[in-house]
Write a protein that binds this ligand. Structure first.
Ligand code: UD1
Ligand code: UDP
Length: 360
């Protein structure tokens, strides 16, 4: 069996890393095909380096662009690679344009397709990610759903039961595998001049949030309210999309919000694990906070990760500044006793074992 692991962005590298590690441990033949959707060192290479992942066999270097332009470059590049270098199965993870392109190419070439993290739904088609995940799920032969909720979403859309496997989310594997490695170097706290447990962490980059002036301004104002109320440093490793939009909209960054460059996985995990509170609109960060028992406020009106809200580890606030503050105040008062709904940390290996049985 030969697996083509298609990835292209920061969260895909993190969440595919347990699958890659399992392939290496089991001597399964695989190639990493990188679309190059993310390409800045701190959005891409740093994760290969820290997580000790083998280099990609191919990198399409598609870079940034409109959805159509970016996806089109991926489609032609991926088709050519899979025609010239055949694989038995294609794996994609998540909901990015890389996933959309990988799924379309595999399906059109008749190569079996597996979708890791299948079945998530926000039921909000204004999100490009929702469109990508629906298409990928409907083209996939193997649907690796992280939870029963995700599996039930797939069944409701008529996806056949024998194609659905509840595996847990590989993000749990990534957290468990890397947190103790990260703890080997805790200099991030002194480098940032903060105390463990004495700060708030922010991430936000969703297109519908940061490409709209009103929403981005609401987020910045909400963060300012939270910073004033709690009186602790607020750190924001800012995504390049958001930095660009803050400059384009000429928005004022509150004085008590510290913008820093995106961090590597180890430093970021350490900051997440010891934060008083996390404000985010990221999918992976909602999950990691739930796993690490760090209170989370999501600056969105909906989430395709309702398990985090049901568990008690996450409150949805939208982008209204007052709503962000009141959700933050409520969230920090909750006892951190919720259960991790995303599995036991062996999802990557479960997926690879399944592929081995299927394509032996
Ligand atoms: C993409 C995914 C999103 C995912 C996010 C993870 C889609 C539709 N969106 O969003 O689901 O949550 O990745 O972070 O696939 N840029 C850089 N360097 C990079 C990459 C991007 O500077 O390495 C800047 C460019 O200005 C670019 C912008 O960020 O235009 C957006 O990049 P893009 O890949 O289009 O989308 P993301 O917002 O990163
Ligand atoms: N992350 C990181 N450094 C950062 C911000 C995030 O390593 O500065 C990691 C985070 O721990 C999680 C992943 O990136 O594993 C989430 O990626 P992102 O928020 O970009 O995408 P999403 O999950 O929303 O698709």
């Amino acid at each position: 069996m030969r697996i083509a692991i298609i990835l292209g962005t920061r969260p895909e590298i993190v969440k595919m890393s347990p699958v890659i590690r399992s392939c290496l441990a089991r001597s399964v033949d695989f190639s990493i095909i990188h679309t190059g959707q993310h390409y800045s060192y701190e959005m891409d290479r740093i994760f290969f380096f820290e997580l000790k992942l083998p280099d990609a066999a191919y990198n399409l270097e598609v870079g940034s662009g409109t959805h159509a332009a970016q996806t089109a470059r991926m489609l032609t590049g991926l088709e050519q690679i899979l025609l010239e270098d055949p694989h038995d199965v294609v794996l994609v993870q998540g909901d990015t344009n890389t996933v959309l392109a990988g799924a379309l190419v595999a399906a059109k070439l008749g190569v079996p397709l597996g979708h890791v993290e299948a079945g998530l739904r926000s039921y909000d088609r204004s999100m490009p990610e929702e469109i990508n995940r629906v298409v990928a799920d409907h083209l996939s032969d193997l649907l690796f759903a992280p939870t029963e909720t995700a599996a039930s979403n797939l069944r409701k859309e008529g996806r056949p039961d024998p194609a659905i496997f509840v595996t847990g989310n590989t993000v749990v594997d990534a957290v468990f595998q890397n947190l103790s490695l990260a703890a080997g170097d805790e200099t991030i706290f002194s480098r940032l001049g903060i105390e463990k447990g004495g700060y708030i962490l922010v991430t936000a980059h969703r297109q519908e949030n940061v490409d709209r002036r009103e929403n981005l301004a609401g987020i910045l104002k909400g963060i300012e309210h939270v910073a004033n109320y709690f009186g602790v440093p607020v750190l924001y490793p800012i995504h390049p999309r958001t930095r660009k939009m803050v400059e384009r909209f000429n928005l004022r960054v509150p004085d008590n919000l510290h913008l820093i460059e995106p961090l590597g996985y180890f430093d970021f995990l350490l900051l997440e694990a010891s934060a008083q509170l996390v404000l985010t609109d990221s999918g992976g960060v909602q999950e990691e906070c739930c796993i690490l028992k760090t209170p989370c406020v999501t600056m969105r009106k909906n989430t395709e990760r309702p398990e985090t809200v049901a568990a008690g580890g996450n409150i949805l606030a939208g982008t209204d500044p007052e709503a962000i503050l009141s959700a933050a105040r409520a969230m920090v008062l909750r006892p951190r006793t919720w259960e991790n709904p995303f599995g036991d940390g062996r999802s990557g290996d479960r997926i690879v074992r399944h592929l081995q049985k299927k394509f032996a």
